[in-house]
Ligand binder design. Structure first.
Ligand code: UDP
Ligand code: MG
Length: 328
């Protein structure tokens, strides 16, 4: 029987949290009752620098129910970093990460646990249908997964960050020290025995999406530039094509001058290349800059998060410290 930990990143989720806490508490009780997980299993709620009452709620919950634990990051560090903080803090033989809004069906956690018991290290939750998402979100997300695949980034189609990982898979993940985190891209690199479970994505239980278009774009760019050198190769390919085109154009002009003597001192032939090459160069510099920026950030080795406060049941604390020592 495994000790299960559920990690929930929470950013301004005071509306959704009460339902989430109730449902996850019930789920733990059910699974423990069925003899599938240990009674010491728990939920780790990670407050990603919320500006609303999220932390107060988490602290209250942790004070009332020893199965719930809170970790407060010192400021908003984004979904991926909050998840990592959770994986780092949570105690257990396997960890399930799930969003606070419960858009991902919690009933498949039981299947994840069963698969883990059967020796699977990583179980991916995969969205069967996304009818609950807006048409825009669905179209952008699905075409993005395709583009990633085309760029040679290994990802699991329609899988976000709803997954179960065994302790040893997490230990492997922790050895990736990069600062630009894109868990969906890193986890498939770990290897180990994997499986997928399909589920239907629901509506948010409460509150609004914390992923505005700006953040989606930034996550999308991170996903590509953290894993793929295809954009760099595309620049090279465009460069070669432009060079070949220029050589052809030069030959054509020379041919005209030598054999026909009808050189056209055209405006187009001098101005168009300026625009064309200027555009190509600017675009190329932009893409290279993206990678240089990554190198710049990576070389600083900045810490990814700081924990400001923790909330655990008082009696639980001793047990926690003991098991923490074991896991290190
Ligand atoms: N989240 C977070 N930090 C952020 C943004 C979001 O921890 O800066 C959490 C949020 O509380 C939620 C999860 O990440 O638990 C996914 O966010 P959301 O549901 O808003 O994204 P969507 O489902 O709309 O893509
Ligand atoms: Mg959501």
């Amino acid at each position: 029987m495994i000790r299960l930990a559920i990690v929930v990143p929470c950013y301004n989720e005071e509306k959704a949290l009460p339902v989430t806490v109730r449902r996850l508490g019930q789920l733990l009780a059910d699974l423990a009752g069925a003899g599938k997980i240990a009674a010491t299993s728990g939920v780790w709620l990670i407050d990603d620098g919320s500006a609303d009452g999220t932390w107060t709620l988490i602290r209250e919950t942790a004070g009332k129910d020893p199965r719930f634990h809170g970790v407060k990051l010192s400021r908003n560090r984004g979904h991926q970093n909050a998840l990592l903080a959770g994986l780092d803090a949570a105690e257990g033989d396997a960890i399930v990460t799930i969003d606070a809004d419960l858009q991902d069906d919690t009933s498949v956690i039981e299947k994840m646990v069963d698969l883990n018991a059967a020796g699977i290290d990583i179980v991916y939750g995969v969205r069967r249908s996304r009818t609950a998402d807006s048409a825009f979100k669905r179209a952008t997300a699905e075409s993005y997964y395709r583009i990633l695949g085309f760029m040679g980034v290994q990802i699991v189609f329609n899988h976000a960050d709803y997954r179960l990982m065994s302790r040893r898979a997490i230990a492997a993940l922790e050895r990736f020290t990069e600062v630009n985190l894109f868990l969906r891209g890193i986890v498939p690199q770990l290897g180990f025995a994997t499986a997928t479970v399909a589920y239907d994505r629901h509506e948010r239980t409460a509150g609004e999406s914390k992923y505005p278009v700006r953040r989606m774009i930034s996550l999308a760019i991170d996903g590509i530039t953290s894993f793929s050198v295809v954009p760099l190769r595309m620049i090279a390919a465009v460069g070669i094509m432009v060079c070949l085109f220029s050589v052809a154009a030069i030959s054509w002009v020379l041919y005209g001058k030598i054999f026909r003597g009808d050189v056209l001192p055209g405006w187009a032939s001098s101005v168009i290349p300026i625009y064309l090459l200027g555009g190509v160069q600017l675009f190329s510099i932009g893409v290279i800059g993206e990678y240089v920026g990554k190198i710049y950030l990576e070389t600083k080795r900045r810490p990814r998060f700081f924990i400001e406060e923790r909330a655990d049941g008082a009696e639980d604390q001793a047990g926690l410290d003991a098991s923490r020592q074991n896991s290190l």
